[in-house]
Design a protein around this ligand. Sequence first.
Ligand code: AMP
Ligand code: MG
Length: 492
Amino acid sequence: MRHIGGMSASLFAFDNSFARDMEGFFVPWQGAACPAPKMVKFNLALAKELGLDADALDTPEGASIFAGSLSPEGGSPLAMAYAGHQFGHYSPRLGDGRALLVGEVIDTHGARRDIHLKGSGKTPFSRGGDGKAVLGPVLREYLIGEFMQAAGVPTTRALAAVTTGETIYRDALVPGAVLARVASSHIRVGTFQFFAAQGDVEKLRQLADYTIARHDPDLVGEEGRYLRFFARVRDRQAALIARWMGLGFVHGVMNTDNMAISGETIDYGPCAFIDAYDPLAVFSSIDHAGRYAFSRQPNIALWNLARLAECLLPLINADDSAAVEAANTVLAPFPEIYAREWSRVMRAKIGLEHEEEGDAALLQGLMRLMSTHKPDFTLFFRALADAARGDAMPARAMLGGDSTWLEAWQSRLAREGDAGARADVMDRVNPLYIPRNHTVQSALDAATAADLAPFERLLGVISAPFAAHPGQEDLAAPPPADSPPCVTFCGT
Ligand code: AMP
Ligand code: MG
């Protein structure tokens, strides 16, 4: 069955604003034919949220659509153009080298969402790449996106993972796959850079106006909207990175093409979560200098925002030095805004609802102790809730046997009301389960060898990460002491 040029019946109520309004920002394109599309995992809950006909899509026809080889009726598949700074070096032309925006739907909450494919074949932006994706990384993105969603972090999400029937060579022969991904948009800092670098101010204005209408509609037509829009992007990034830091998440490849204007986490390539606390944790095989290390992420967000500011300058003010000055007034407070967001996240993790003056010092004291004693970053906060319930032993042991900090925290917590009740609230913000590198890796290895059971089991617990799952305790445990360090890979 070859579907190219074929059309499926009307399965999506598409409303493709990007294709309609943004000519010149993309190349209309079709997915590659593939020998045997097969559904590996369909996200029923997300399909329902999008208002899709799940029964019609969790089918062989749906698999062909999500593999990119069957064009759904009403879709306008296209490869988006973007540029980007990768590890600090500017590439003027990146773009969707193995991805397609199929179209947009309005979800059941009235929000516009992109349906996008990753791994659907070569495009005019492929450069040397093969345009493909493979099963392990596709399922990794599925797992981590679902965890982020469950943990309340803005994120793109997987709608489906399909295999294509091809075998692809990476470091070994592995199953070819495509991820169908949903995002509130795929507009990145790099999308702005593409046109800014060409000095095309009118195109830039068109992109900014489109993006404002999509993500900050209250600013449409407002005076000073480009600067105010920039402030919104700044605030979303500050909030997002703070959420990452609260979960021990290392994105791994915070290039400007991987920073979404929407404030969603995008592109789960070489990302990973820390087990033992380590501010300088790096997992990506190519991040030799540690540019994207755990604790550097807020600074990198600021660096990326500065690149966005440069793009927006001609829109902010026709006078360049006035534009620079205005952009700086928005950029300069980022560290302060981020610190506030981080403190909000971390205060919740230690059970504090009301803000007091000494809280910052209390948190800094905890981070210093963590740097020294390197407790498991996830389990420590669960142990802290147990300490609030009266069993401080495990938390104390994780802090090297020192009680000083714990006692200061306990007297602070006492001012928040009933400690047992606070402990329950803490357990609702501190996950018991995270996608730990060793559990993710073994689930992906099994899936690559055609056994999906470990993937399903892991997906089950990390989709409800705050609750205890009897019988699944092994998935909450840190890696065995003798396990090799985790290394992750890009572009796979
Ligand atoms: P990423 O690091 O995954 O965000 O990708 C960076 C750039 O490389 C984007 O322009 C991708 O489209 C492109 N890319 C990554 N992998 C491939 C591939 N296998 N084939 C073609 N382009 C790719
Ligand atoms: Mg990317």
